[in-house]
Design a protein around this ligand. Structure first.
Ligand code: GDG
Length: 452
């Protein structure tokens, strides 16, 4: 078996397992618990002024060697903050109005991808199989090919891919798609994404639809459910439970990001309080929303807006002994989170668009089978086709969110169990491990086809 080379924008620090990772790091860390020798290459998270290509730092833990490089402040801004997060991210989440394009950022993005290729290429061995992750690195395969790399290169997109009618609004749309043809295999989260991407690549002259596959990511449900059981007995869950006085808890957990539909979700909860006043002084909604990409303007605006909305709702509905919304913008430890999920009667997961959404799957995994909670899930999350026994809602419809919350809060145990059993089977069928294995198997097949 050749070595696996993973490339992602950010390489997680193996010593900081409890940091609020994004979904990509969580999914890959779960997928990597095998015995395959792996090189994981990407940005270290540090910024350093430099006028030459960086030298990678190597750090080996078990079978995984982490090779990381810093970025210069100029690269970080043009490639990461601007082109990746202020242009591609909104576009891929169908938010054209938030896309803030400038040609200089596109050039910086291409330049950083070429730099990644120049630094990575000398680390490669002939038998390697390369797996590139996410929208920061769309052009990487082409840049590696230009340096003579012939190994199989696969790509996985963790976020949605919009239809051509939307994607073509990106000024360098065709150049980007043209570069993507250098991948042997491209994986996306859902059938809808696969159709959209294939439609775009066909416009660019790709002829083989089997090179785009839907390959939904999962979690490690067995270990997460154990973590939840352990944490449930711990001091944090005890404190949270005692503070609730046997009253119901709704939980939301999201990076503080406009794609997660937080503002709309708070309006939905407000509608619950308006239309179903029987929940006053009983229900508590705990929203964990660690600050993310705080240096990007749109994220700062969102944070201010949420502060105001939550302050307004709490001010209007609170009693002197009851706060309707508890809101945390600091991250909490992963294990504690697992315990909180298990304690919560309802999870509220209502992104306006989401590649997959691992929180929905984590919530299911964390439940007590004898008395599981209910999941309210946006039908626009990539997880919705698999998790269609959740209470599916349109995240733009605050009345629908209120109705689903009321239904969830009053649902009989037998119905909760029936739904949870089906959901739990789903998340046990498609795990982080099976996702990585299925993708790499398909990628390996492309090598055989091109050799044979
Ligand atoms: C991208 C795509 C896709 C959150 N807060 C804390 C914390 N988290 C963890 C969650 C979960 C992860 O972060 C978030 O994953 P998601 O999948 O929900 O969302 P993104 O970060 O947007 O991930 C997404 C994913 O990639 C994988 O392909 O599903 O659609 O957007 O694991 O638990 N973890 C800790 N403290 C927190 O406060 N420890």
């Amino acid at each position: 078996m050749g070595r696996l080379v993973i490339v992602s924008n950010r390489v997680p620090d193996p010593r900081e397992r409890n940091k609020p990772a994004g979904g990509l790091a969580v999914g890959l860390a779960d997928a990597l618990r095998g015995d395959q020798s792996t090189l994981w290459f990407g940005w270290s998270g540090r910024q350093v002024e430099a006028d030459a290509d960086p030298v990678p730092s190597l750090d080996t833990h078990g079978t995984v060697t982490y090779a990381t490089i810093p970025l210069t402040p100029t690269q970080h801004r043009g490639y990461y903050q601007r082109f990746s997060n202020a242009i591609l991210w909104p576009l891929c989440h169908y938010r054209l109005g938030l896309m803030d394009y400038a040609r200089a950022d596109w050039q910086q993005y291409l330049e950083v991808n070429r730099m990644f290729a120049r630094v990575l290429a000398p680390l490669l061995k002939p038998d390697d199989i390369i797996w590139v992750h996410d929208y920061h690195l769309f052009p990487l395969a082409q840049a590696l090919r230009e340096l003579g790399v012939t190994a199989p290169i696969g790509f996985f997109l963790h976020i949605p891919f919009p239809p051509w009618s939307l994607f073509r609004a990106l000024p360098p749309a065709t150049a980007l798609l043209d570069d993507m043809k250098a991948y042997d295999l491209i994986g996306v989260q859902t059938e809808e994404d696969a159709q959209n991407l294939w439609e775009c690549l066909r416009v660019e002259g790709m002829t083989d639809p089997s090179r785009v596959v839907a390959c939904p990511i999962g979690i490690d449900p067995v270990s997460f459910s154990e973590e939840a059981r352990d944490a449930f007995e711990g001091p944090e869950v005890r404190r949270l439970r005692e503070s609730l006085h046997d009253e119901p808890l709704i939980i939301g957990v999201d990076r503080l990001d406009y794609s997660k539909g937080l503002e709309e979700r708070f309006h939905g909860y407000e509608k619950l309080l308006i239309r179903y006043p029987e929940h006053h002084r009983h229900v508590t909604y705990l929203q964990v929303a660690p600050v993310s990409r705080g240096e990007v303007e749109e994220y700062r605006l969102l944070r201010r807006q949420l502060d105001e909305t939550i302050g307004r709702i709490n001010g209007a509905f609170a009693a002197y002994d009851w706060t309707p919304i508890r809101y945390l913008t600091r991250p909490i430890a992963r294990q504690t989170l697992a315990g909180f999920y298990r304690l919560a009667d309802v999870a509220l997961v209502t992104p306006l668009r989401d590649g997959m959404n691992l929180v929905a799957k984590e919530y299911v995994a964390a439940q007590n089978p004898d008395n599981p909670g209910a999941l309210v899930l946006s039908h626009l999350a990539g997880a919705a086709p698999e998790l269609d026994e959740a209470l599916l809602v349109n995240p733009h419809d605050s009345d629908a969110i209120a109705d689903a919350l009321h239904l969830a809060l009053t649902m009989k145990k037998e119905e909760r169990k029936r739904r949870w059993n089906i959901l739990n089977n789903e998340i046990r069928n498609t795990t982080a491990g099976s996702w990585a294995r299925d993708f790499l198997k398909a990628l390996n097949r492309t090598r055989k086809t091109s050799v044979g």
